[in-house]
Design a binder for this molecule. Sequence first.
Ligand code: SAM
Length: 240
Amino acid sequence: APWRATILTLYPEMFPGPLGVSLSGDALTRGDWTLEARNIREHGLGRHRSVDDTPAGGGAGMVLRCDVLAAAIDAATGADDQRPRLLMSPRGRPLTQARVRDLAGGPGALIVCGRFEGVDERVIEGRSLEEVSIGDYVLSGGEIAALVVLDACVRLLPGVMGKMESGIEESFEGGLLEYPHYTRPRDWESRAIPDVLSSGNHAAIARWRRAEAERITAERRPDLPGGSRRDQAASKSITG
Ligand code: SAM
C-alpha cells in the first residue's frame, strides 16, 4: 500500500506545492505515496464557517477551536487508522532524521497545520496529537513545516531516491555531518580536489571522508553524538 499523507489545513491549495516536482512529485505520480489536503474550514461553524475564536484569558490573536479541529480529524481518520497524528508546533519535539525514518517506515501520517496563535490545548490531548517542531523559529503557519516533514519522509520511501541510495552515509546518520563532496573540474580557481580522492585507494578515501566528517561535526555541531569525539584529527583544528 502507498504511504498515505493527510493534511488538515486552512490552505489546502498549498499542497502538494513544491512536493509536486522532482523526486517527490514523480513518486506521487507513480503512486508511491498519496496526499490528501483537507480544509479544516469544512468543519467550521455557522454561516461563516468559523474555525477560530479569541483566547480565553485575553491576549492577542486567535486560537483554532478544539471542536472544529476534532471534527476535521475525526472525518479524516477511520477507526482502523494506525497513522501517527502530528501537530506542527514550535513547542514540539524537534524533528530528527531518526523520527523521519520511523515515520517513513510506517503507514503514513496525519498532519495538522496550526495558524494564528495555535490550537486549543484540549484537542492535542483529546486526539493524541504529537507536537513536532522543525526548528527554533516561528513560521506563520504549519503548512511549510508539514511540507518539510513530508519531503524528508517521502525521499526515504522504497524506490524514491533511485540512484541516490547513498542514504546510509548522509548527514546525521551515525551522528555525523557528511564529508565534503567534489566533482569536475579537477582544478577550479586555483583550488584543486584533494589528492586522496583521485588516488583510487578506496580504504584511504574512506578514512579521509570519515576524518573530515568528524572534523566538520566537531566544529559545527558538537552537540551531535559524533561531534564530541576526542580522538579525532578534528580536535586539532579547534585546539590549534
Ligand atoms: N503562538 C505560537 C507560539 O508562540 O508557539 C506560534 C504560532 S505560529 C504563528 C502558527 C502556527 O505555525 C503554529 O500553530 C504551528 O502550526 C506553525 N509553526 C510555527 N513555527 C513552527 C515551527 N518551528 N515548527 C513547526 N510548526 C510551526
